[in-house]
Design a protein around this ligand. Structure first.
Ligand code: SF4
Length: 384
């Protein structure tokens, strides 16, 4: 198959793995954070981790939009659906994330709330058109990749004069989160891990371009390589990071040139800035409050802003006790460090967001990695 097989070629993978082995200095270690959950999955699914030398480590980052949504915002969504008798539309993964006291949207739906899974913002608009006597709220989450479709929906709703459609906006921004991981006192207090370089987001960068990471790379002295999601993309990007670190460089390099440009998608950016503006601060699961890291709907479109249309009550939101998602999202712990992993917490019975989402680190470990450590230990024992 053109454009896929080329990026999964076994012989090329061996060649790149050998180059990384040759170039990684045995006297140092390389801690590389893959910001995106998509990279985490590629690393596990294709066994990229097993091809790395012992001193090249992948650190999982907060790049899963379902995982980073704080419990309070999820509780708010449940409240909007239950208390205001609306039709709440959301993407599938959000349905199963446990909120306070493990209440999820799917449980609220089982108890009678009208919560519907949609595949796109257009589905939500369709539901609004078909139910003119009901208020329809789209529970919007995601990074810069999913923001333009939400903007399109709001503009379309305005154009059609749809007065029963609104958006509960939880769109977040990648560059501020990456900076926050490295510099914020809150994150330092919560615990951090040393990071030598970043595998930069790919889909996000197709919208915002590689330019926004330039200030970051310069300011924090950390190299960034924008990496595609195929295994050879990840491996080639790892090699590029190892080279930069060896040479003492901290630049933004773009491995994913087939999709990402320096400027990104200007049309999408213009649309997003027409509808949204920066929030002064937003809470992220695992990172705490991150300044200017999220978007809100501009006052001109207040009629489509669920936060303006539906009051939610102040509440004491709580994550599941013992769930290590916050530490995993900062790269401080691995899923297997969590006592609940694979015992009470599995994809069928998720206790935290990282096990729900297809991009979550716990789901990646569960699906592709949970037997690997045992296999590796056995291999070492047999070889000894
Ligand atoms: S295994 Fe489950 S409980 Fe533990 S960190 Fe992952 S999602 Fe949370």
């Amino acid at each position: 198959m053109k454009y896929v097989d080329e990026f999964r070629d076994r012989n090329l993978a061996k060649t790149i793995a050998e180059a990384i082995r040759q170039e990684a200095d045995p006297a140092r270690s390389y801690n590389l954070m893959e910001f995106c959950g998509g990279h985490t999955h590629a690393i596990f699914r294709y066994g990229v981790k097993d091809l790395m030398p012992e001193n090249v480590h992948f650190v999982h980052g907060p790049g899963c939009p379902v995982c980073v949504l704080p419990v309070r915002r999820l509780d708010d969504a449940v409240e909007i659906a239950e208390r205001h008798d609306v039709i709440l539309c959301t993407y599938g993964d959000m349905m199963r994330v446990p909120g306070t006291r493990q209440r999820s949207l799917i449980r609220a739906k089982a108890d009678g709330a009208d919560i519907r899974m949609v595949y796109s913002t257009l589905d939500a608009l369709h539901i609004a058109r078909s139910n003119p006597d009901r208020q329809v709220v789209f529970f919007a989450i995601g990074f810069e990749t999913t923001t333009p479709p939400t903007a399109v929906a709001i503009r379309q709703a305005e154009k059609e004069g749809l007065r029963n459609f609104s958006v509960f906006c939880n769109h977040v921004l990648t560059p501020s989160a990456i900076g926050h991981i490295l510099e914020s006192p809150e994150v330092r207090d919560l615990g951090t891990v040393r990071i030598d370089g970043f595998l930069g987001p790919s889909h996000v960068s197709s919208v915002i371009g590689s330019e926004p990471y330039e200030f970051f790379a310069e300011e924090f002295g950390k190299p960034v390589v924008i990496a595609g999601f195929e295994p050879l993309d990840v491996m080639q990007s790892t090699l590029m990071l190892v080279r930069q670190i060896n040479e003492g460089r901290h630049e933004v390099e773009n491995e994913y040139t087939r999709v990402v440009t320096r400027a990104g998608n200007l049309k999408a950016q213009a649309l997003v800035s027409e509808i949204f503006e920066l929030r002064r601060s937003f809470e992220w699961r695992g990172l705490g409050t991150v300044p200017y890291s999220a978007l809100k709907i501009r006052a001109r479109f207040a009629a489509f802003d669920a936060e303006k249309c539906f009051a939610v009550t102040e509440k004491q939101s709580r994550e599941v006790k013992s769930c290590e998602c916050p530490a995993i999202l900062r790269g401080v712990k691995k899923p297997t460090d969590c006592k609940l992993f694979g015992t009470v917490c599995t994809p069928d019975t998720p206790m935290g967001s990282c096990m729900v989402s297809s991009e979550g680190a716990c789901a990646a470990y569960w699906t592709y990695g949970r037997h690997r450590q045992t296999a590796r230990t056995r291999r070492k024992e047999t070889a000894a």
